[in-house]
Design a protein around this ligand. Structure first.
Ligand SMILES: [Zn+2]
Length: 264
């Protein structure tokens, strides 16, 4: 489904160098302004599956036997989300960002921590927190990946390359191109139980914490809802920050069921 938004206009214009001048005339391209109304579209996403009821059986093994797992020493970026509150759930993220041609990370460690602070503010409603268990800035070419991800199969390749059994994977790639860039989505996430997991977003929305908070909602088995003020609305607005009691219950169950090894 196509959504018309300022943001998607930006993505389309961005591919034509002849229209670069126009980009300067479109403030929406520069990111969300702090006083934007709820109606400002930040982006939208797609999931690979729908949420499922939790079965009464042992949780699935989320390990994929990835030989790269643990290859990089796991160094946490920033504070742990672990607290003394036994009801608080603290989940560890692997925050992977691509490096551009100048070998500069497209989301710096500091920006990642700023994003995390806002993500945690949103998820505090459910007494769930996240920490960056590992921040990894990578040259995609060294992994046989292109900077501008262009297809669904490459999204699968990214997940297979970076997922492990102890962190939830969030990857920020370069702006999407090809069939992926032609679509309306700015992010794709695999729902739990839907195969190799991982949330992947493109650079233009890489510093939009609302979108990352939304993708983490999919990780926690939440589907889309139609309330624009809700985190899980499929079109993500600046004001899409609310979570209901039911969503919190579902997310907390999913965290304990699917992502036990990611809890800290
Ligand atoms: Zn979504």
């Amino acid at each position: 489904m196509k959504i018309i938004s300022n943001f998607n206009h930006c993505l389309k214009l961005a591919v034509s160098p002849l229209l670069l001048l126009i980009l300067f005339l479109l403030p929406a391209c520069n990111g969300p302004s702090s006083d934007a109304p709820i109606g400002t579209v930040l982006g939208r996403d797609q999931v690979n599956d729908a949420s499922k009821p939790l079965p009464n059986e042992a949780p699935p093994d989320t390990s994929n036997g990835n030989p790269n797992s643990g290859e990089n020493s796991s160094t946490r970026l920033g504070d742990s989300c672990h607290t003394s509150d036994p009801a608080h759930l603290c989940l560890s993220l692997k925050y992977v960002v691509y490096e551009n041609l100048q070998a500069k990370a497209i989301v710096s460690g500091q920006e990642a921590l700023q994003n995390l602070a806002l993500i945690n503010k949103t998820w505090l409603q459910c007494n769930i927190g996240f920490e960056i268990g590992e921040y990894l800035s990578v040259d995609p070419q060294k992994y046989g990946l292109s900077f501008n991800t262009s297809s669904m199969s490459e999204l699968s390749q990214i997940r297979s390359e970076f997922d492990d059994n102890s962190t939830l994977l969030v990857v920020t790639t370069g702006a999407w191109s090809g069939s992926l860039g032609a679509g309306a989505a700015n992010a794709w996430t695999t729902m739990p139980g839907g195969g190799t997991y991982g949330a992947i977003l493109e650079e233009p929305v890489g510093n939009y914490p609302n979108i990352i908070a939304h993708e983490l909602g999919h990780y926690l088995n939440l589907s889309h809802v139609s309330d624009t003020s809700d985190v899980m609305n499929p079109v993500i607005y600046q004001g899409s920050t609310q979570l209901t009691t039911n969503q919190c219950e579902m997310a907390r169950s999913a965290a304990s069921y699917y992502w036990k090894t990611m809890l800290r």
